[in-house]
Design a protein around this ligand. Structure first.
Ligand SMILES: [Fe+2]
Length: 300
């Protein structure tokens, strides 16, 4: 059975490309690579050609998650196992793969109707070291753990999402039965991993946007602090104050990005334990800023 190995790239639809470029460079510290069209640009965070594509289409949401498989054989094995399970898969043309700076790519939809791409062979530019958009103490922690993690809203059940992403070779399950004051009962949150990053995807209930938050991890705690200062300097709302989740034990905080969903910057996450556990609350901190959470699902 073929398995995805990492979250390789993301495509975001934005309403204000200029605002996003400034945010990516000056707040997140990403490297902005201008696109071939005036309505797109790409963002780098390591040696890869890019990790994020911004398309100015007004949607202000996550459009595509790009999941990597090891190589050509695994790519075609994955297409076959998806089709055998009744999932519609479109193998893309060479031009479509080139546009994404990968060797081969296929397109499919998850049970929520969300676009997913599975690819192999990203363009890795060891001749072009990552150049952060602003000063950083270190860099982003990617490597075999992929670009970070994403929490997505769901219209399908958690069980349907579990079945679909298990078919892609991901593992996981319910990791939180979150106790929230005022809620009628514990809120279940599901997490899936495909490498040593504790989770690559998190799933909660329905939300206005597909994206609840996108997490990027930095090598040094100083860069969490610097990002916190940059968020405040930019006048962006902090949504959840610094703290540590029980599952990934990452020191992180959350803030609103120009598309209105959350970005999370973290440091020091532990590796996946590859055995099921569940938690009722975070390790410490992560206090929501009063009034800030009304637009968001509970994150983790
Ligand atoms: Fe997170």
């Amino acid at each position: 059975m073929a398995s995805v190995t990492e979250l390789g790239y993301l495509t975001l639809g934005v309403s204000n490309l200029a605002a996003w470029k400034g945010f990516a460079a000056n707040v997140l510290g990403l490297e902005v690579v201008e696109g071939v069209k005036p309505t797109t640009c790409e963002l780098r965070m390591d040696y890869w050609h890019h990790r994020v594509t911004l398309i100015e289409d007004g949607s202000d949401d996550l459009k595509v998650t790009g999941l990597r498989v090891a190589g050509h054989d695994e790519f075609h094995e994955m297409a076959a196992q998806l089709r055998a399970a009744g999932v519609a898969v479109t193998l893309c043309s060479e031009a479509e793969a080139e546009a994404r700076s990968v060797l081969e790519v296929m397109m499919l939809k998850d049970p929520n109707g969300h676009a997913v791409e599975i690819f192999h062979g990203p363009l890795v530019q060891f001749d072009k070291p990552f150049h952060p958009g602003r000063r950083m103490h270190g860099g982003f922690k990617t490597g075999s753990g992929g670009l970070g993690h994403v929490m997505q809203s769901t219209t399908a059940s958690l069980q349907e999402n579990y079945a679909f992403y298990s078919l892609l070779g991901m593992r996981g399950g319910i990791q939180y039965k979150l106790e929230v004051p005022g809620a009628p009962g514990p809120i279940p949150l599901m997490f899936m991993s495909c490498n040593d990053r504790q989770h690559t995807f998190a799933f909660a209930g329905p939300g206005e946007k597909r994206a609840n938050h996108i997490m990027m991890e930095v090598d040094r705690i100083d860069d969490v602090g610097l990002a916190y200062d940059m968020v405040k300097e930019a006048g962006l709302p902090i949504i959840i104050e610094p703290g540590s989740h029980a599952n990934d034990q990452m020191f992180s905080f959350y803030f609103k990005n120009p598309s209105g969903f959350m970005s999370e910057i973290g440091w020091g996450g532990r590796s996946a334990v590859h055995q099921s556990e569940y938690y009722q609350r975070d390790a410490f901190g992560h206090t929501p800023v009063p009034g800030s959470m009304k637009d968001f699902m509970v994150p983790a």
